[in-house]
Design a protein around this ligand. Structure first.
Ligand SMILES: [Mg+2]
Length: 298
């Protein structure tokens, strides 16, 4: 078989385990991805063993080098958002098989541009406001121990959250002015814990989906999470249910937008997170979708 390159996060998976899964490979540590992959030479499959952050490093490498090498994913992170959306098993041995023998699927990639920085590529979700604050405040040790629940704890510490005013421009439409607690721009729709944040978001439809969330306080935030999971799973399949949901949406606490290009401007600086990594305070970010830019074995 042609060569498999493995990129991993040593904090999430041991070298011993990796070597048992891929005996022929010489695993490369994610932070050394450039140097490591150049040294490896030719490879026809790239396996990513880590969380969403590790995946982002690899995707960044592929996009910057205009490579379309199929990737496989061993999801050993906290969120594993892309893996979950693609139905990749969280069991390492199963995921290792899929990484090599799965069906190849072409998926979209998000591209975020902040000021003069080079573009940041992502597969999952970019967030501004409370969402990004949660990622920034979440304790890493706690994250490792209790997983996704740690984000909730981070959320409580991110409070008191405040409303922020954003101007959102979708494609060539008129900018919309919104006052929100958090804003998420998604390539994928499902969050960990089966939270169907944006139920219509598809990873290969050539669009980014925006969720505009404006709950007033933490109990509203929890209420919004409750509504999202509950309503989307049970009510949403019915068009009538969807209409009912829209009609009863309290204080426009949740609204969806969709497009190829999304520009977000805020009056004051707002914290930005991309695929769970804090990027820092920004006043403007431009996001766009690059259709079918990544090939994943799933
Ligand atoms: Mg999409």
């Amino acid at each position: 078989m042609s060569q498999v390159a493995v990129v991993y996060n040593p904090k999430k998976i041991s070298l011993e385990k990796l070597t048992s899964l891929f005996p022929e490979s010489k695993p490369v540590i994610a932070k050394d991805v450039r140097k490591g992959l150049v040294e490896l030479g030719d490879f026809s499959r790239l396996v990513v063993a880590g969380g969403d952050g590790t995946l982002r490093i690899v995707v960044q490498y592929l996009m910057e080098n205009h490579l379309k090498t199929p990737i496989g994913i061993i999801p050993v992170g906290t969120g594993n958002i892309l893996a979950r959306n693609l139905g990749i098993s969280l069991d390492m041995d199963q995921a290792a098989k899929t990484a090599i023998d799965g069906n190849l699927k072409q998926i979209d990639i998000g591209k975020a541009k902040v000021r003069s920085r080079s573009p940041i590529f992502f597969t999952g979700i970019a967030g501004l406001g409370l969402d990004a604050k949660i990622m920034e405040k979440t304790d890493n040790r706690l994250k490792k121990r209790i997983g996704w629940v740690a984000y909730i704890e981070g959320g409580i510490r991110a409070l008191p959250a405040r409303f922020q005013k954003f101007n959102i421009t979708v494609d060539n439409q008129q900018p919309r002015r919104v006052k929100v607690l958090t804003l998420m721009i998604a390539n994928t729709g499902t969050l960990p814990g089966r939270v169907e944040l944006i139920p219509d978001a598809e990873v290969d439809d050539g669009n980014l989906d925006v969720a505009v969330m404006g709950p007033r306080w933490i109990w509203n935030w929890i209420d919004v999470l409750g509504r999202i999971t509950w309503q989307n799973r049970f009510v949403r399949p019915l068009v009538l249910g969807r209409k009912l949901m829209d009609a009863t949406a309290d204080l426009k606490s949740l609204e969806y937008l969709r497009g190829r290009k999304i520009k977000v401007e805020s009056e004051s600086e707002s914290t930005l997170q991309i695929d769970g990594d804090p990027i820092g305070p920004v006043k403007e970010v431009s996001l766009e979708v690059i259709p079918k830019a990544l090939v994943v074995s799933c």
